[in-house]
Design a protein around this ligand. Sequence first.
Ligand code: SF4
Length: 155
Amino acid sequence: MSAPDSTDSALLRELRALYAQVDALYSDWSCPGSTECCRFGITGRQPYVTSIEVTAIERALAQRGGPLHAKKRALPLTADVAHERICPLLDRQGRCSVYADRPLGCRTFYCERASAGAGPAREQLRELVRRLQELASRQRMGGELARPITRVFGD
Ligand code: SF4
């Protein structure tokens, strides 16, 4: 985990502002909180995170006392899914442990329900992604190249 610095802090403020815009765009959407989207074995996909999103999550985890240990993560629902891939940030209660700092992909309803809704225009979303990538590239060279969340935070 990298030490906080003032550049990161400034970029994180920009990231929070960007997240607020994303949340506003989706403000009339609702989520049943099934955490299905956090269970990658079900969805077959997972969010990819840029460097600045990783920094935001690392700080959120540090404030909670560090990364979740495997034992504190969510338990599989049935024996059938004992080896199910879940997000390493999903806690034992089935809640996102970094909800306020969850990455862009988790804010844009990439679940099946999302495909049925109207949602913001694709151009709006593309612009937000472009701004996120630009933020990450200002943090570090190549920071905009997003990586699977399990690769970054998995054991
Ligand atoms: S970061 Fe949080 S909301 Fe996103 S997949 Fe992981 S547990 Fe779910």
